[in-house]
Design a binder for this molecule. Structure first.
Ligand SMILES: Nc1ncnc2c1ncn2[C@@H]1O[C@H](COP(=O)(O)OP(=O)(O)O)[C@@H](O)[C@H]1O
Ligand SMILES: [Mg+2]
Length: 585
């Protein structure tokens, strides 16, 4: 499907308004064209002929025409606006719906800020271009042709001046516009960079301030803004000559016509009224020409935007539900069968290489390893946030690709490393885990995650409103709420990706003990930087640069695995600074 076909589907609902608009505009033109003719009659019959009744008669007719013209103009503007605004609404709605289906890999491809630009600036471009197209694309050429015919019917000889002027201007416009369009198209690509800079900075403004990176961020943003400024200036530099060129031509034509016309009037080949109408048509023809070239520029400019929109609309989620999905996960066992994984397929850069491991249902597994050793990547394959590039990931004995996606994710709960709360009460946030959970269930999950102790200290308790992004709770409190939210799902497998990093070790131990007691059958996978967090795990997986360095009980690892021993020694012998308690952040 090409871009036009894809976008046409979105306009279908507004076919009637889209078809009616040009007709209204034509109506307006027809009426507008009558006015100079009537003008000529007022002058020739009324003024030169000294007849008051003629002036009243033709004047009334002109008034009626003006009202009819106004009606057509308003109707055209209204239906054009309706069609283009509706078009934009449909585009945004369908883009948004499709984005909801995107996998992590799809989102990586566009980047969140790229998606924002496409849904805002690009849609607005297409909307404006479409409105312009509806209102002007038929109207302007039509108006030009009618005016030309009218002018020729008044006096063919003098009207050849128009023809020459139009051809001259058309050539100039084509030359200027092709150059300008190129710059405008470049501008829209730069908007992505600008938005990226804004989004990154504003959404993490607290971090930026904490690290005193304002100046760096400011210069990054200024560079993006400067880029756009330069392109706009270059584009406008090209446009600058358009107006003087237009006006120069108009004045030249008016002068020529007045001069030749005056001679013709003296020679009685032309009346004064006819000369007046000829001058009115002159403006009309040249304005229409300008409108036509403007439509071309807008359409050309928006074509880049249209393509970017179509890309989002047609992007297929890289994770598809299988034909005949399984809805039940049998147990909490996890197997990796010679798994390789690459974020960028085809580059040969692998984030995971030859991962082969068996985890029994109900086991508690710790994962440890340096930052960037692909711990998060590994667990993301379990709930199928990404698909393995080679090999097979199995949950409950079946390949994760065989499960219904929603069912799998409900039974494999992940507390992500970069986690977010949403605006709403604590109850609302917890119920993301289970829509119809009762208050008691929510409280029970919060207790298990040791969240109830601080929630109860809030004046509004569980009805406390969390601000957007969860900025009104501390890091440790947020993490505990996220754990409670995941526990509410009552999953067969719970994955915690560094989810207790901001919780003190004493509280952390309380959480793991409570979970072990309440949910003994649940498989727990705990990623942590701290030895103390995984010391009680049945087995620990040591990751090193995307490979398994060791997978054994903590006691055995201490004897056999150098990486583990090193981490152990620096943290335990050095004295665990976290042991003091209190909250780390
Ligand atoms: N969405 C992504 N796109 C491309 N590369 C990624 C993405 N996420 C992580 N990586 C890369 O994969 C490697 C492992 O990252 P990650 O699994 O997050 O490590 P860890 O959780 O152990 O700190 C890193 O080199 C990181 O840069
Ligand atoms: Mg990580």
């Amino acid at each position: 499907m090409n871009v036009i076909q894809i976008l046409r589907k979105e306009i279908k609902e507004f076919t009637r308004a889209s078809v009616l608009t040009p007709f209204f505009m034509i109506g307006e033109v027809v009426v507008e064209m009558m006015i100079p003719l009537l003008m000529a009659r007022i002058i020739d019959e009324g003024i030169d002929g000294h007849s008051m009744p003629a002036i009243v008669h033709v004047g009334t007719l002109m008034l009626v025409m003006a009202v009819v013209g106004l009606f057509f103009g308003v109707a055209g503007a209204w239906s054009g606006a309706r069609a283009s605004a509706g078009f934009a609404r449909n585009l945004r709605k369908d883009m948004y719906a499709n984005i909801q289906k995107f996998s992590f890999a799809n989102i990586d491809k566009f980047s969140p800020s790229g998606l924002v630009t496409r849904m805002t600036t690009d849609v607005t471009n297409v909307q404006n271009a479409y409105q312009m197209l509806l209102r002007m694309f038929v109207r302007a050429p039509f108006s030009m042709i009618i005016a030309m015919i009218m002018a020729f019917s008044i006096n063919a000889r003098i009207s050849t001046i128009y023809l020459i002027a139009v051809i001259f201007l058309a050539i100039c416009m084509v030359l200027i516009m092709t150059r300008t369009t190129k710059f405008f198209q470049m501008v829209f690509k730069k908007y992505d960079n600008l938005n990226e800079s804004v989004e990154e900075n504003v959404s993490s403004i607290r971090v930026v301030k904490a690290y005193v990176r304002e100046d760096y961020e400011k210069s990054k943003f200024e560079k993006a803004a400067e880029n756009i400024y330069n392109l706009f200036v270059r584009a406008e530099k090209n446009m600058i000559v358009v107006m003087p060129l237009m006006q120069g031509t108009v004045y030249a034509v008016i002068l020529l016509i007045s001069w030749i016309g005056a001679h013709m009037i003296i020679g009685s080949e032309l009346t004064t009224g006819e000369l007046m109408s000829l001058l009115a048509y002159c403006m009309n023809i040249l304005m229409s020409l300008m409108m036509v070239s403007l439509v071309f520029v807008m359409v050309a400019m928006s074509s880049a935007s249209a393509e970017r929109i179509a890309e989002v609309l047609t992007e297929e989620s890289s994770l598809q539900n299988p034909e005949d999905p399984i809805y039940q996960v049998r147990d909490g066992s996890i197997d990796f069968d010679h798994v390789d994984f690459s974020y960028k397929e085809g580059t040969g850069e692998f984030a995971l290489e030859n991962i082969d491991l068996r985890i029994k249902s109900g086991e508690t597994i710790g994962i440890i390893g340096g930052t960037g050793s692909s711990k998060s990547t590994l667990v993301n394959l379990i709930s199928r946030l990404y698909d393995a590039t080679r090999g097979e990931v199995r949950v409950g004995g079946r390949n994760v690709k065989e499960y219904d996606l929603d069912s799998l994710r409900n039974q494999v709960a992940v507390v992500l490393q970069k986690n977010v709360l949403f605006s709403g009460t604590i109850f609302d946030n917890l119920r993301w885990g289970k829509k119809d959970a009762s208050d008691e269930e929510c409280i029970e999950a919060a207790k298990m995650a040791c969240a109830d102790e601080f929630i109860e200290r809030f004046p509004d308790g569980y009805q406390t409103v969390i601000t957007q992004g969860g900025t009104n709770v501390s890091g440790g409190q947020k993490q505990r709420l996220c754990i409670a939210r995941a526990l509410l799902k009552d999953p067969k497998i719970l994955i915690m990706d560094d989810s207790t990093s901001a919780v003190d070790t004493a509280t952390e131990k309380k959480i793991t003990d409570a979970m072990a007691l309440a949910k003994p059958g649940m498989t727990k996978v705990i990623i942590s930087q701290r030895i103390s967090s995984i010391a009680n795990a049945d087995r620990v997986l040591v990751m090193d640069s995307g490979r398994i360095s060791g997978f054994d009980t903590p006691e055995n690892l201490l004897k056999t695995n150098a990486v583990y021993r090193e981490v152990y020694e620096t943290q335990v012998s050095g004295g665990d600074f976290d042991m003091k308690g209190g909250e780390a952040s």
